[in-house]
Design a protein around this ligand. Structure first.
Ligand SMILES: Cc1ncc(COP(=O)(O)O)c(C=O)c1O
Length: 368
């Protein structure tokens, strides 16, 4: 007999999610700036902050159905609120999607350099994760489709993708969906969807409305600046929403979270301001790195609120990570995701991005 309870082998095989470091530590007498978790540098809509006071008393359970929030999201995006399900972050919904549709022996596909939660979500329900090769770090429909077989139950694609920032345009998402059997669930994870220019929208919401096998997930953690409240939402056909509702936590979004998210949805000017800030600062940062010339720093094209910088010259990503930390910036070095030469940097304020670009220039020149 074992001396302690033994976890299921597929659970024991999981590598726990590694979150970005926290800004509790100090460097040079000032708090570290956290640019490692793709949070909003502009914070939270003041209207959402004010809505905290309107939340239900903490002694009462929250609305189990997030009715007001689903109604507001439905109005904003032109979706029947009955086809929306809310989660404890979009994270919960990603896990539920895998759990609802895959089990031991089934296969779940995602791309190399994809979001690390997909691997955990697949293994957690005993399914076999199957990894599709990337195309210069981006997702590639032509490597995903040949992996689909009768055991495939779920395909996860983040669009834009984390940690690469890469983006599959509308035609590629449509091509991927068209190539999948109707009993395979396509999850398009749009955690960074609001950062994409409206004219470049990937069409996944329309696919979710028109077909029975597409789930789109979104979050309040990124552009809405509510990561600490843990609110996400998803939409798909009635059958998919019904499946997720059966297995989600009954009171999975707190009263505060619902009240703040509702006010945040109503404040689209904050969302627009955040989108514009991000697009401008991301472009400026990428241009500053490009101006460094032949030091081997390669920022990958990004549609998200971060840039993955590849270090292909003398300055290593590890050294740059350490050097930036000494200057007070926590970024995300990614050896555990097969990217020992990659540093993912969240787009911060203009001053922060100037300081980081300058620091990288100094470090690259010193490494010559
Ligand atoms: C691609 C992607 N999907 C989902 C999430 C989960 O976000 P949350 O659970 O906060 O909604 C993240 C968070 O970093 C992400 O990068």
């Amino acid at each position: 007999m074992a001396e302690a309870p033994v976890p299921k082998p597929w659970i024991a095989a999981i590598h726990a999610y590694v979150p970005g470091k926290s800004p509790k530590d100090f460097a040079g007498g000032r708090p570290l700036v956290k640019l490692s978790a793709n949070e909003n540098p502009l914070g939270t809509s003041p209207k959402a902050l004010a809505a905290r006071a309107d939340a239900l008393h903490p002694s009462l359970y929250p609305d189990p159905d997030c009715k007001a929030l689903r109604t507001a999201l439905g109005a904003l995006h032109g979706i029947d609120p009955a086809l929306i399900v809310c989660g404890t972050g979009s994270d919960e919904l990603l896990h539920l999607a895998a759990q609802g549709y895959a089990g031991p022996g089934d296969e779940v596909i995602y791309v190399r350099y994809g979001f690390s939660v997909y691997d955990i979500a697949a293994r957690r329900c005993g399914a076999v994760p199957v990894v599709a090769a990337d195309a210069d770090y981006g997702s590639d429909v032509d490597t995903i489709v040949p992996l689909v077989n009768e055991r495939t139950r779920v395909v996860f694609v983040a669009n834009p993708n984390n940690p690469t920032g890469s983006y599959l345009p509308r035609g590629e998402i449509a091509r991927l969906h068209a190539a999948l059997p109707r009993d395979v669930l396509l999850v398009v994870d749009q955690a960074y969807g609001e950062y994409v220019a409206p004219e470049d929208e990937d069409g996944a919401l329309a696919l979710a409305a028109a077909h029975g096998n597409v789930l789109v997930t979104r979050t309040f953690s990124k552009i809405y600046g509510l990561a600490g409240e843990r609110i996400g939402w998803g939409t798909g056909a009635a059958g998919i929403v019904d499946t997720l509702n059966r297995i989600r936590g009954p009171f999975n979004v707190s009263s505060n979270g619902q009240a703040m998210a509702l006010a945040a949805v109503a404040d689209q000017s904050f969302v627009e301001q955040s989108r514009r800030h991000n697009a401008a600062e991301r472009a400026r940062f990428v241009a500053a790195l490009a101006a460094l010339g032949n030091h081997g720093l390669r920022p990958l094209p990004s549609q998200a609120n971060f840039v993955l910088v590849l270090f292909e010259g003398r300055l290593t990503a590890e050294a740059a990570f350490g050097g930036l930390a000494e200057r007070g910036y926590i970024t995300r070095w990614l050896p555990n995701q097969g990217l020992p030469h990659g540093l993912r940097i969240t787009i911060g304020t203009a001053e922060q991005m100037d300081e980081i670009a300058l620091a990288l220039r100094e470090m690259a020149e010193a490494a010559k």
